[in-house]
Design a protein around this ligand. Structure first.
Ligand SMILES: Nc1ncnc2c1ncn2[C@@H]1O[C@H](COP(=O)(O)OP(=O)(O)OP(=O)(O)O)[C@@H](O)[C@H]1O
Ligand SMILES: [Mg+2]
Length: 254
């Protein structure tokens, strides 16, 4: 089992879009895949479970992190073969406060929950909120590696220093000394000077860690969300589908 987190505390850089389509792509390749939505915004959840069908608190990640419910009790199947999901809940946004007095190792709750399903999945993909709070720390502690999507639509490199510091903190405090960066993913790539400059700077800063596959701005990727489908179902021949298919191959190889 490989556990991979999509993370960047910057908002709107395609964390959820990438989590959804990487997870769906791995599942379509035949890998038993679990997608965990750890973002209280629940954008990823709403692609697979229609927002009109409100997810009860007891059937969400909240119950696992707060009430120690077994992970298997909140797993739901999806319309994609081999792909299951753990839904998020808006109440997750209070996790830091709710666990402020917890006496256990509250950063390792997700990691401990994943132990119970270790043999059932080949890949576990975690979508994270745009923050570096306790949810993200739990994800980093539970993960083997991180994929960091970075939007090339504007200069967003300052936040990466802070993200690096958090990764180092997780490594250095023994929460997860082996946490790796699997790759940096350029998103919202366009034929503009800004987009080219940002890609060049990422290459200099992260070198070989930058995925060869970059994801261009592609309207089908945006539309797929509102059609409640991964890109491979909504627009299988689109540029977006082609890119995420290539990215999935790179991930499998790494
Ligand atoms: N390559 C793309 N081309 C066009 N639109 C995209 C692309 N990738 C993502 N989007 C759209 O951009 C918006 C932000 O993407 P997404 O929700 O994946 O980002 P995020 O990093 O998860 O955001 P947040 O930090 O709020 O969780 C969404 O409306 C999504 O549909
Ligand atoms: Mg998101």
């Amino acid at each position: 089992m490989a556990v991979i987190s999509l993370a960047n505390q910057k908002g709107g850089v395609a964390k959820s879009t990438s989590a959804i389509n990487v997870a769906a792509g791995l599942a379509l390749e035949g890998y038993r895949t679990l997608l965990i939505d750890a973002d209280p915004q629940a954008n990823t959840t709403s692609v697979f479970i229609h927002p009109d069908m409100e997810v009860p608190l007891e059937q969400s990640l909240y119950n696992v992190l707060i009430k120690f419910a077994p992970l298997s009790s909140v797993v739901q199947s999806t319309t994609v073969d081999n792909l299951s999901i753990v839904p998020a809940h808006i109440r997750l946004s209070g996790l830091d406060l709710e666990l402020a007095q917890a006496l256990d190792n509250r950063s390792a709750r997700l990691k401990n929950a994943l132990e119970q399903v270790r043999d059932q999945y080949d890949y576990i993909i975690i979508d994270n909120p745009p923050s570096l709070g306790l949810i993200t720390i739990n994800s980093f502690t539970a993960s083997d590696s991180l994929i960091i999507p970075v939007s090339t639509a504007y200069f967003a490199l300052t936040g990466l220093v802070q993200l690096r510091e958090t990764i180092d903190m997780v490594r250095n405090t023994q929460l997860n000394p082996d946490l790796k960066i699997l790759g940096v993913l350029c998103t919202f790539v366009e034929n503009t000077n800004v987009s080219r400059d940002v890609q060049q700077q990422l290459q200099q800063y992260f070198d070989k860690l930058v995925f060869k596959t970059a994801v261009p701005k592609n309207v089908s990727l945006e539309e797929a969300h509102s059609h409640h489908a991964p890109i491979f179902t909504y627009a299988p021949t689109s540029t977006g589908a082609r890119c995420y298919r290539k990215l999935v191959q790179e991930i499998i190889q790494r």
